[in-house]
Design a protein around this ligand. Structure first.
Ligand code: COA
Ligand code: AMP
Length: 632
């Protein structure tokens, strides 16, 4: 058996052979003769002459190979107290019918389809149905507001939208349909058809001529077959936060995704086909795309689709119940979920009620994992707890402990070492490699491995400019960190305006755009402040127009509501404070990093370039008045 070091070296020194070998593990309609087309850097194309189909690899292949009666999806909802199993055969029938329904309504190869759904099986069925016929899905997370939906509609111009009538958050029904109607109204582009999955908790009213009852249309449809596509055909577009309000449309190709995701299931997560794998995330995020839907199905696993929270639905034993009820082998979630459980059940009393004997690994990602949480999880669960680092852009982990190759000793605070395929470096501002232990920009030498993002949707210039221009020949991750003497990677902070709130990626720049749109706000800054539960939360600092005589409290309430209705509840923007001035450099740049250090209670130095040092005392007082820094 190869060790991690051997496999890693092969993946870097002999990447073509490494990935062509991995490519043999999936079904191709035409096996690729070429591993990677490197004619147009940084636009690398993996398996350029291959042809395959993602839905076939996820569903039909397993029906043909003896898994027809195995559960493909276990739907478990702790908000409706429902649980259901869908076998691979049943999944094939449903996906084929939904694909047929789309085809009958004019959706074909390359057409985009937006999926705006809560965590119900139909979300996965919608994605797979698109892949079946070469349509390109773009899932929009349910916690985004109509305006965010509209931005995505205008960018990817979907022919159809698949949505549910409602989502269920603890204590609140999220009416998706009015949000959908509003989103379409705001957008310039209009989809031809919308298919609405009516949930009994809150059925929606339909718009004649545009909206269809999904269940009814699906039942009448003629099943569609899988259509092989070029390996580089886009499987999906997933929008993610960047520096500005305009989200980036991350594109994922087909062949590279199937090969890499299938490879990760054994090599990183160490699961075998037939086992139950659970990613407790949401289909609206990259983790949901890769590890709720595609990877476990490519590998012939049973995937758990969980509608609920780690706490409060009904108690902090929710995750243990799901693991025990469904015999889960591997759980993947965000550290914030464990912080929530630990906070409510610090001694792990709820764990004692459940049989977790089949549970083997906990994987964490989405934000920096604090050592306390990692240690707590290790101690309570008595299984390896593996922090791994990845991004929407990469689709799978950049750094991880490859449990299926060789479990390396765990160092808290580190996602271990670079995953095979990623030639990771730490560079200083001049582009020179940093010494071990020195912080710099975390970058990956091109080409990125298969399954990462070949481009941004209809924005190739933005792809080059955002990711490949600072350090030519390298992908700039946007994270800063260091590599220690043993080769362990430490991811410390973002180098841009992106923050991670409860494992959700958000842009402070986008929130500033919303605040700046308030008529009484002259200037503003939003920063991520350390939060005991969510890791980070956004905090807004507002400078009001001179002469404004309205109360600070009213204006703060209004901007909080404005972010909620324009970006969505997921922004978790609940703290704003009015200040007289913002601290700036003499050239007028707002000193966000210094304010963030004050909000975090971290040590900070007076910036040499500050125009007026006294402002920082005012900022410290204002932040204290809204509870920052938080007491631990
Ligand atoms: N549709 C509509 N609204 C949603 C939503 C969805 N799919 N998901 C979240 N929201 C809403 C929440 O109801 C909440 O609204 P509120 O302000 O009215 O309370 C708001 O968005 C913020 O959500 P969140 O930050 O997730 O906070 P929470 O208090 O609901 O839950 C955790 C906190 C830690 C329990 C939860 O974030 C969690 O389980 N996270 C870990 C798993 C995960 O999602 N990982 C993602 C990447 S791996
Ligand atoms: P997303 O695109 O939503 O997956 O968010 C990606 C970002 O989350 C990364 O750029 C990091 O800033 C952060 N992140 C994800 N996983 C980790 C991790 N294991 N450790 C530290 N930061 C992480």
């Amino acid at each position: 058996m190869s060790t991690y070091e051997e496999l890693y070296a092969q993946s870097i020194n002999n990447k073509e052979q490494f990935w062509l070998e991995a490519a043999r593990d999936i079904h191709w309609d035409k096996f690729p003769a070429t591993a990677v087309d490197a004619d147009e850097p940084p636009f690398y194309r993996w398996f350029p002459d291959g042809r395959t189909n993602a839905c076939y690899n996820a569903v039909d292949l397993h029906v043909e190979n003896g898994r027809a009666d195995q559960a493909a999806i276990i739907y478990d909802s702790s908000v409706t107290n429902q649980s259901a199993k869908i076998t691979y055969r049943e999944l094939q029938n449903r996906v084929a019918n939904v694909a047929g329904m789309l085809q009958e309504h004019g959706v074909g190869m390359g057409d985009r389809v937006i999926v705006y759904m809560p965590m119900i099986p139909e979300a996965a069925i919608a994605m797979l149905a698109c892949a079946r016929i070469g349509a390109v899905h773009s899932v929009v997370f349910g916690g985004f507001a109509a305006n965010e939906l509209a931005v995505r509609i205008d960018d990817c111009k979907p022919k159809a939208i698949l949505a549910a009538s409602c989502g269920l958050e603890p204590g609140r029904t999220v009416e998706y349909k009015p949000l959908l109607d509003q989103g379409i109204e705001i957008a310039n582009h209009k989809p031809d058809n919308c298919f609405i999955w009516q949930r009994e908790q809150s059925p929606a009213s339909m718009i004649e001529g545009r909206d269809h009852d999904w269940k009814e249309a699906e039942s009448k449809a003629t099943p569609a077959d899988c259509i092989p596509v070029d390996s580089n055909h886009p499987l999906y577009i997933l929008y993610t936060s960047g520096t500005t309000g305009a989200p980036k449309g991350v594109v994922r190709d087909t062949g590279g995704s199937i090969v890499s995701l299938k490879w990760t299931m054994k090599n990183i997560y160490n699961v075998d086909p037939g086992e139950v794998y659970w990613a407790a995330s949401d289909v609206g995020w990259v983790v949901g795309h890769s590890y709720i839907v595609y990877a476990p199905l490519f590998h012939g696993n049973t995937t758990v689709l969980y509608e609920g929270k780690p706490v409060g639905t009904p108690d902090p034993g929710a995750f243990w119940r799901v693991i025990s009820d469904h015999n889960v082998s591997v759980l993947f979630t965000a550290p914030t979920a464990f912080r929530a459980i630990k906070k409510e059940d610090p001694t792990g009393e709820y764990l004692k009620k459940y049989d977790l004997s089949n549970f083997r690994y906990l994987f964490l990602a989405g934000e920096r994992c604090d050592p306390d949480t990692l240690k707590w999880a290790e101690e309570k669960l008595k299984v390896p707890v593996i922090d791994h680092w990845w991004q929407t852009e990469t689709g799978w982990s950049i750094a991880t402990n490859c449990a299926g190759i060789e479990l390396l000793p765990i160092k808290t605070g580190s996602p271990t070492k670079a995953a095979p395929g990623y030639k990771l470096k730490v560079l200083d501002n001049e582009g020179n490699e940093c010494n071990a232990g020195d912080i710099g920009a975390l970058v990956v030498e091109s080409p990125l491995p298969p399954g990462t993002f070949p481009t941004l949707w209809e924005a190739p210039e933005r792809y080059v400019e955002s990711y490949f221009s600072t350090f030519p020949g390298h992908y700039e991750t946007g994270d800063a960190g260091y590599i220690d003497n043993d080769g362990y990677i430490f991811v410390m902070a973002r180098t841009d305006d992106v923050i991670n709130v409860a494992g959700h990626r958000l842009s402070t720049g986008a929130m500033e755009e919303v605040l700046a749109g308030h008529p009484d706000v002259a200037e503003c800054a939003v920063m991520g402040a350390a939060d005991n539960l969510k890791g980070q939360v956004p905090v807004g600092m507002l400078v009001l127009n001179s002469g404004c005589d309205r109360s600070d409290e009213d204006i703060c309430k209004e901007v909080i509501q404005k972010v909620r209705s324009e970006i969505g509840p997921v922004a978790a923007f609940k703290s704003a404070v009015v200040v007289k001035r913002l601290p700036k450099t003499r050239s007028g740049k707002i000193l966000r990093a210094t304010m963030r250090s004050i909000a975090d209670g971290a040590e900070w130095k007076m910036p040499a370039t500050i125009d007026d040092p006294d402002i920082l005392d005012e900022i410290t007082e204002s932040l204290a008045s809204i509870g920052y820094p938080q007491s631990t």
